[in-house]
Design a binder for this molecule. Structure first.
Ligand code: HEC
Length: 449
């Protein structure tokens, strides 16, 4: 009962700290404007008295959160010390204001400067604990453009099979379902799991892997306990392991918890191999692009070009000229500012010709390209081979010549080319459908919306 109350109190720490912050900032402002405000000394006494009281409460709640939240002392120590200093400073300034003789000689300015500095330090260190050290740096990096890193993922069993099961499957599961509470900053049960070295070290009861009797491993037991059981992991309030994930971890433990053994060595059952196909390759590129700027978007929209994000969390765009069928080759320059953002481009029914390809090759993230009902013949379409993400090309009812069809099969990631043609201009159609009918669609399909 008391324990729960103390845990609750601790969780209020992030909220509570804003009280002394508010008082101190108000105090600093009053002090800086003391000429304007005739009543400042009385007000300041009041303000710094309460800054001290709420400061003490913040220290207590912070300490409770440290004790009950699974934080390591190394993680929080500087924040803690800075917090205590902040409170001491507020209180000594209060003592000076009520004319305590010890602090008489120290200039007021010094208090104000020290108070400002230490407040910023405490707040920043606290923020790092709650939000992670990247919290501030990340958006700054993104702003100046150094944060754009490419994330590569494996997605199919074939890509995985020579890699260690541990690093490709087990650690990622642990990262998703366990590391939240078992990491270098917060290690519940003194257990860290964010890398293999830490996992090996085990928790407060020693190793969590038992190499002699794998089924007796603490990690194995905990994930198999009934959900209601207090020791069940992850705790029942959190996101649970799926049955497949439990099987994969179990298999890994039972076969010796090796960090090197490759996927294929584990001889996974059919249903576990499925796991590798569940995370289907994302259709659009996995890189992050910076948001398009609103001015460019507005300018383009003025030309009756439709622009929409592919989903609400994405900077990738779908663009269509459906409302502007007079669109010509040179109009493509309208889109150059947002070229990297465009993953889907529909130029169907427009006035474009084969010269468009020399411009389109700069749309590096282009994944879907629709050129239906145009006079495209396919000459120079080889320039699009540079578009490593291009997966679908729509060339329905164009003048596409069969001599260019083979080129399309050489595109790195091409999945489908829609070539259905009422004009029947593919003389050697048989040849192509035999050649690779997996990517070419010559008919019998429904058009995508
Ligand atoms: C919501 C937080 C949370 C998550 C998520 C979580 N744990 Fe824990 N874990 C705890 C807490 C709290 C303890 C300490 C209390 C206890 O021993 O039950 C603990 C203890 C453990 C221990 C015992 C360590 C020891 O030496 O006593 C193991 C093993 C463990 N967790 C494994 C896991 C695994 C595996 C996952 C992911 C599938 C996981 N935990 C996810 C909170 C969590």
């Amino acid at each position: 009962m008391l324990d729960d109350f103390l845990i609750l109190l601790g969780r209020f720490h992030p909220l509570f700290v804003h009280l002394p912050i508010g008082f101190i900032i108000l105090g600093i402002l009053v002090e800086l404007n003391k000429k304007k405000l005739g009543w400042s000394n009385e007000a300041l006494k009041f303000i710094f008295f309460w800054a001290s009281v709420t400061g003490v409460f913040s220290i207590i709640t912070g300490f409770l959160q440290y004790q009950n939240g699974g934080y390591l002392w190394e993680t929080i120590q500087f924040h803690f010390i800075a917090g205590v200093l902040t409170t001491i400073l507020s209180f000594t300034f209060y003592l000076k204001l009520i004319e305590n003789s010890i602090f008489k000689l120290i200039p007021r300015k010094l208090f104000i400067i020290a108070n400002s500095v230490i407040l910023i330090i405490t707040g920043h260190l606290g923020g790092n604990i709650t939000h992670g050290e990247e919290h501030l740096i990340e958006p700054i990096n993104n702003l100046v453009g150094v944060g754009e890193k490419e994330t590569l993922t494996f997605n199919y069993y074939e890509d995985f099979k020579e890699k260690p099961l541990y690093s490709t499957v087990i650690q990622p599961i642990i990262d998703q379902k366990c590391v939240k509470c078992h990491n270098s900053k917060k290690s519940n049960g003194k257990l860290k799991m964010h890398n293999s070295k830490e996992l090996m070290k085990g928790g407060k009861n020693g190793s969590i892997i038992n190499y002699d009797t794998p089924e007796m491993s603490e990690m194995y037991i905990r994930i198999h306990l009934p959900k209601e059981e207090k020791k069940h992991m992850p705790p029942k309030s959190g996101k649970q392991l799926t049955r497949q994930e439990i099987s994969l971890i179990s298999k890994w433990i039972k076969n010796g918890s090796s960090f090197e053994k490759s996927v294929i060595d584990f001889k996974l059952e059919e249903n576990l191999i499925d796991y590798f196909f569940d995370t289907e390759k994302p259709f659009f590129p996995l890189i992050k692009v910076s948001a398009p700027d609103n001015e460019s978007i507005e300018k383009i929209r003025k030309n009756k070009i439709l622009i929409n994000p592919i989903n609400k969390n994405s900077n990738f765009l779908k663009v269509s000229i459906i409302n502007n069928l007079d669109f010509k080759n040179e109009d493509i320059s309208l889109l150059s500012d947002i070229a990297k953002n465009i993953v889907s481009l529909d130029l169907s029914n427009s006035m474009i010709t084969d010269s468009i390809f020399s411009k389109l090759k700069f749309f590096t993230n282009l994944t879907v390209l629709k050129l239906n009902n145009t006079t495209i013949t396919g000459e120079k379409i080889n320039q699009l081979i540079e578009l490593k993400n291009l997966k679908r090309i729509y060339l329905v009812n164009t003048n596409f010549k069969d001599e260019y069809i083979n080129i399309l099969a050489e595109f790195t990631n091409i999945q489908k080319v829609y070539l259905y043609n009422e004009k029947d201009n593919f003389l050697n159609l048989d040849r192509y459908s035999k050649f690779d009918n997996k990517i070419y669609e010559f008919g019998n399909y429904s058009l995508e919306n």
